[in-house]
Design a protein around this ligand. Structure first.
Ligand SMILES: [Fe+2]
Ligand SMILES: [Fe+2]
Length: 159
């Protein structure tokens, strides 16, 4: 069980790394001006989080949140589901903002919006992951049967 959970937690770690790349690149574009390199970093990070991590969230809701449903109030699980939706909306907004950033010098207003949204996403997402690590994953390790967790991880890898 420890090994399985360790792998699930690594999904979180990889997302946090992408958030750092995203945030740093968005800050550089605002402070130093447009660069293709930094826009590629942002694009790659947004794609990574959208494709891989949102799939992680779907699995998490279906497998882990449901598994904890008998032990936790629905309101606390719903709060986490709502955060998944909020994160999805943030990613869509970031895509829209990316296309609006002008190839100008530092201080572009759209670049500022991009930077602020990237920072806000990082804050919400990091807090979400930390709370999951410290509560849901810990609880799951005690509640879910060994076979259930192994199946979760197999499904995860197949996607
Ligand atoms: Fe989550
Ligand atoms: Fe998660």
């Amino acid at each position: 069980m420890i090994g399985t959970l360790t792998n699930l937690l690594k999904e979180h770690e990889r997302a946090l790394v992408q958030l750092t790349f995203l945030n740093d690149a968005a800050s550089r574009i605002y402070q130093q001006g447009y660069s293709f390199e930094d826009m590629n970093v942002i694009s790659h990070s947004v794609d990574y989080i959208s494709l891989d991590f949102l799939c992680h969230c779907e699995n998490e809701e279906r497998e882990i949140y449901q598994g904890l449903g008998n032990f936790l109030p629905e309101a606390s699980l719903q709060e986490f589901r709502d955060e998944h939706k909020k994160i999805t909306q943030f990613l869509e907004t970031l895509r829209e903002l990316m296309s609006g950033v002008s190839k100008s010098f530092s201080g572009d207003s759209k670049a500022l919006e991009l930077r602020l949204k990237a920072s806000e996403l990082t804050h919400i997402f990091s807090r979400h992951i930390k709370r999951e690590n410290d509560s849901f994953y810990l609880m799951a390790s005690h509640i879910l049967p060994e076979g259930n967790l192994k199946q979760i991880f197999r499904n995860w890898k197949l996607k």
